[in-house]
Design a protein around this ligand. Sequence first.
Ligand code: FAQ
Length: 324
Amino acid sequence: MTTTEHHVEPSVEELFDDTIAADQRIEPRDWMPDAYRATLIRQIAQHAHSEIIGMQPEGNWILRAPSLRRKAILLAKVQDEAGHGLYLYAAAETLGVDRAELTEKLINGKQKYSSIFNYPALSYADIGVIGWLVDGAAICNQVPLCRCSYGPYARAMIRVCKEESFHQRQGYELLMTMMRGTEAQREMVQESTNRWWWPSLMMFGPPDGDSPNTQQSMAWGIKRHTNDELRQRFVDMTVPQAAALGVALPDPDLRWNPERGKHDYGEPDWTEFKAVITGGGPCNAQRIAHRRAAHDNGGWVREAASVYAEKQAARASGGGRATA
Ligand code: FAQ
């Protein structure tokens, strides 16, 4: 076939921009700007670390669950969080980083994880409230990430969100059961809600005016909504759930605004948020010490697994010949 037209191949930058503009996915082998790659590594690593550190507050209650049924449910939930961490580390690895390197950065305080996991779980009502509010906030934040422009992250999020929905339901069901119980149980649920409400709102990140990453992440289709948009969505979703449960949300400024068609709500304590994300929260030191000890204790497993993998590779490179 001949043609008289002069065909100019688009540059890799143009291909990237066109893919983002067409709302299609960038895949690991596609060219991408260094800053896009770095932003994804930062966010996915933080997300993976959050899932793994997030096992600690709830894991602490497995041996003290009030019944075999509650124990089985909690065990399954905590195992799911480990699985989410693995999907996310695997997604980060498609960007050219190594899981071991990310773990080193976590335990050396060079990478962050979600502020929420630096608060302690003090009663069994906290198990219900973590499911209801923390997983509820996680779902609100993560459902739009199923449409993230980076394919491996978006696909991991689809699976994660399905499991988080189960987590949210189990928390709500536990709280419903407690609210049908004794006065003391109802007080436990209210006390727990009072402690977790404001930290749950902080999970969405700083207010839009103080969020250095949002604008660029939205232009790249990594984030689909601003932090404040998602926080508002969470408040509007949670108010009727609290009413159905019969608990009060601890915010005197919380009320329906008919003009906005949304709830008005009070300002979280952003000084506390900054302290928590820079290492000064109630449990930061404990969480990292625990993770570091688990990493050190698992050293022999990693060593055994890598020796096994090396032997398998050596056998394969021997041409598949049978060895005596
Ligand atoms: N905690 O410019 P932005 C779960 C940092 S759910 C700590 O707004 P960005 C499920 C931020 O990294 C929890 N740090 O940042 C579960 C940045 O610092 P950097 C995990 C925070 O990235 C349930 C700086 O502040 N979910 O694990 C927080 O555009 C129950 C400026 O902020 C995800 O990670 C915070 N809350 O937006 C597990 C979701 N907020 O990196 C177990 C994916 C902000 O420049 C049990 N991530 N920072 O040093 C995201 O959607 C985003 O990364 C945001 C932050 C929205 C968290």
